[in-house]
Design a protein around this ligand. Structure first.
Ligand code: G3H
Ligand code: ZN
Length: 286
C-alpha cells in the first residue's frame, strides 16, 4: 500500500536497518524499483525530484504511474512517494495535492530561522494530511538535477542547530549534511560520524543520508548504527542503467526497439536496488 515514511522509518530505526530511497527517472526505473521491493519484501521510498517529475509529465503522472504499477504488479509492501529536495512551500503542497505521501522541504540554503519557519509551514499542512516531512540543514555537495552545490559551499550541519530545527518544526525525519555528496565521490567520502551520533541522539528522529552512491559498506553500517534510517540512492542506478544500454547497443548497432535496450536497463536497475536493500538490511522487513 501507499503510505507515508513515518512508520517505516521508525520501525527501521528501532530495528537497526535503513529503508532505501531510490529516485525515479522514468517508467523503467519505477518498474524496476517496485519489482525489487516486492521481490525482496522490503519497504521502499520512491524519491521524485522536481526535475524528474517534470521529465515524467508532472506530479499527477508520477502518482498515477506508481499506483497503476502497484495494482498491476500486486505490490503488497509499504511504498512511499516522496518529493526529493522540495524547493518551496508551493511545490510541496502541489505534490501533496497530487497524492505524494511524503515531502522533503529543502531550506538548507536559507539562514536557520528562515529554514525553520519554512519547514514548519510545510509540516503544518503535511501533518493535517498524514503526509511525512523531511528537512535538511548544512549543505550537501555535488549536483542533483536543478540543485548544484560547489565543493567550497558544502557545509557540515551544526548539532545545536539541528536540535533546534527538529524541536521547533516537528519533522518526521531529518537530513544533516555531514560530508556526503550527490553524484560520484572524488576519493573516499569523509562522513562526520561524531556529529551524526550527537544529532541522532539529541534530535531523536530517524536520520537521512543523502548521496548514497559510492559510500562503502562499513560507512553505511556505521551510519545505520548511529540512527540513520533512510539512505538515498540515485546515481548508482543511473550508472547501471546507462551501462546496460551502452553494452546492448554496442553489441547490436542495428537495434532500434526500445524494449530491447530499456528492458536490460530495467533489469540492471532492479539488480542494483536489490543489492542496496540487502546492504541496508531492509529485505524481508515489509
Ligand atoms: O536525494 C537524492 C540522493 O541524495 C541521491 O544521491 O545520486 O549520489 O546517489 P546520489
Ligand atoms: Zn539528496
Amino acid at each position: 500500500p501507499l503510505v507515508s515514511m513515518k512508520e517505516m522509518l521508525e520501525e527501521a530505526k528501532a530495528g537497526g536497518y535503513a529503508v532505501g530511497q531510490f529516485n525515479l527517472n522514468n517508467l523503467e526505473f519505477t518498474q524496476a524499483i517496485l519489482q525489487a521491493a516486492e521481490e525482496e519484501q522490503s519497504p521502499v521510498i520512491l524519491g521524485v525530484s522536481e526535475g524528474a517529475a517534470r521529465y515524467m509529465g508532472g506530479f499527477y503522472t508520477v502518482v498515477n504511474i506508481v499506483e497503476a504499477l502497484m495494482a498491476d504488479y500486486g505490490v503488497t509492501v509499504p511504498v512511499a512517494i516522496h518529493l526529493d529536495h522540495g524547493s518551496s512551500f508551493e511545490k510541496c503542497v502541489e505534490a501533496m495535492y497530487a497524492g505524494f505521501t511524503s515531502v522533503m522541504i529543502d531550506g538548507s540554503h536559507y539562514p536557520l530561522e528562515e529554514n525553520i519557519a519554512l519547514t514548519k509551514k510545510v509540516v503544518d499542512v503535511a501533518h493535517t494530511l498524514g503526509v511525512s516531512v523531511e528537512a535538511e540543514l548544512g549543505r550537501i555537495g555535488g549536483q542533483e538535477d536543478d540543485l548544484v552545490v560547489e565543493e567550497a559551499d558544502a557545509m557540515y550541519a551544526i548539532p545545536a542547530e539541528c536540535d533546534q530545527l527538529v524541536r521547533e518544526t516537528g519533522v518526521d525525519c531529518f537530513a544533516p549534511a555531514l560530508g556526503s555528496v550527490h553524484g560520484p565521490y572524488k576519493g573516499e567520502p569523509n562522513l562526520g560520524f561524531d556529529r551524526m551520533e550527537e544529532i541522532g541522539r539529541t534530535t531523536g528522529v530517524p536520520l537521512v543520508l543523502h548521496g548514497g552512491t559510492g559510500i562503502p559498506t562499513h560507512d553505511i553500517q556505521k551510519a545505520i548504527s548511529l540512527g540513520t534510517a533512510k539512505i538515498n540512492v540515485n546515481t548508482e542506478n543511473q550508472i547501471a542503467s546507462a551501462k546496460a544500454v551502452r553494452e546492448v547497443l554496442a553489441e547490436k548497432p542495428d537495434m532500434y526497439d526500445p524494449r530491447k535496450y530499456l528492458g536490460p536497463a530495467r533489469d540492471a536497475i532492479k539488480e542494483t536496488v536489490i543489492g542496496k536493500m540487502r546492504e541496508f538490511g531492509s529485505s524481508n522487513k515489509a
